[in-house]
Design a protein around this ligand. Structure first.
Ligand code: IPD
Ligand code: CA
Length: 270
């Protein structure tokens, strides 16, 4: 298992899919279908990007498994599974807000944050070309720059990224949580791509991120980026990160933020 080889594959394919998404974006993007609610959308480009990624993975890494947001799990035989978000930030893509990316990670173990080991990952921000790459034990990088999370500034000095789900019940609780948190932090950002948030956090452009509802493909590459940049990524109540809750940042700040989120029952819906 050479994380450096997996880093190269992840970056190569993320850039290729990024070119497709960038060059193929029509002036008017249409919704192809919806998922958990009417505002949880999929576009034709989400599907085309995942198709390209799967085809290229089959060429460069035959036998590996793939878990992708649009087509689910195809089990492999090598022990490596690629966890793929063909467009993270689809609503931004729909509206033409330049914060959406392709996220590709290679994991061993179950393709689930509770049990996986992320070996390598890349997030490519399609509209502006920013690209983050990390390998297990190899650091997290943006070009030649090695990334490092910010030193802990304490919760009241922290710029905190978050995101919201697509269903009413989930958003009601998320609204209560963010209302309680907002007076206690420097400020809140809702950028619209969890993968990009985690990469920006790894590079010091956010101090922390928390979110309920993140799927494996939203966080696989970004979580490795944060860990390789010296941070931690956890869930609440000692659990792993994942759908229930993901909290990321420097260790002490994550402890402080997680305690506040636990007290607010931020890992529940209304
Ligand atoms: C979404 C984005 C968003 C986050 C949502 C995710 P998608 O991914 O990462 O920032 O708040 O929870 O579902 O649907 O654009 O791939
Ligand atoms: Ca997506």
């Amino acid at each position: 298992m050479d994380p450096r080889e997996l880093m190269t594959v992840a970056e190569t394919i993320a850039r290729e899919a990024g070119a497709l998404v960038r060059e193929g974006r029509p002036d008017q993007v249409h919704v192809a279908k919806t998922k958990s609610s009417a505002v949880d959308v999929v576009t034709a480009m989400d599907i085309a990007s995942e198709d390209l990624i799967r085809r290229r993975l089959a060429e460069l890494r035959p036998g590996d498994g793939v878990l992708g947001e649009e087509h689910g799990l195809e089990a492999g035989t090598t022990g490596v599974t690629w966890v793929v978000d063909p467009i993270d930030g689809t609503v931004n893509y729909l509206y033409g807000i330049p914060a959406y990316g392709v996220s590709i990670a290679a994991v061993t173990g179950e393709p689930d944050p509770a049990g996986w080991t992320v070996q390598a990952g890349c997030v490519h921000s399609v509209a502006d070309g920013r690209t983050w790459v990390a390998g297990r034990g190899e650091g997290a990088w943006s070009g030649e720059r090695r990334l490092s999370v910010n030193p802990d500034r304490g919760l009241d000095g922290a710029l905190v990224g978050t995101g919201f789900g697509y269903t009413e019940q989930r958003r009601r609780r998320q609204a209560t949580v963010v209302a309680a948190l907002l007076p206690r932090v420097r400020d809140i950002r809702r950028i619209g791509s969890a993968a990009i948030d985690l990469c920006q956090l790894a590079g010091g452009q956010l101090d922390a991120h928390y979110e309920r509802g993140l799927n494996p493909w939203d966080l696989a590459a970004g979580a490795l980026m944060v860990v390789e940049a010296g941070g931690v990524v956890t869930g609440l109540r000692g659990g792993p990160p994942g759908v229930a809750m993901t909290v990321a940042g420097p260790a002490r700040l994550v402890g402080e933020l997680a305690a506040v989120l636990e007290a607010l029952d931020a890992d529940a819906d209304d």
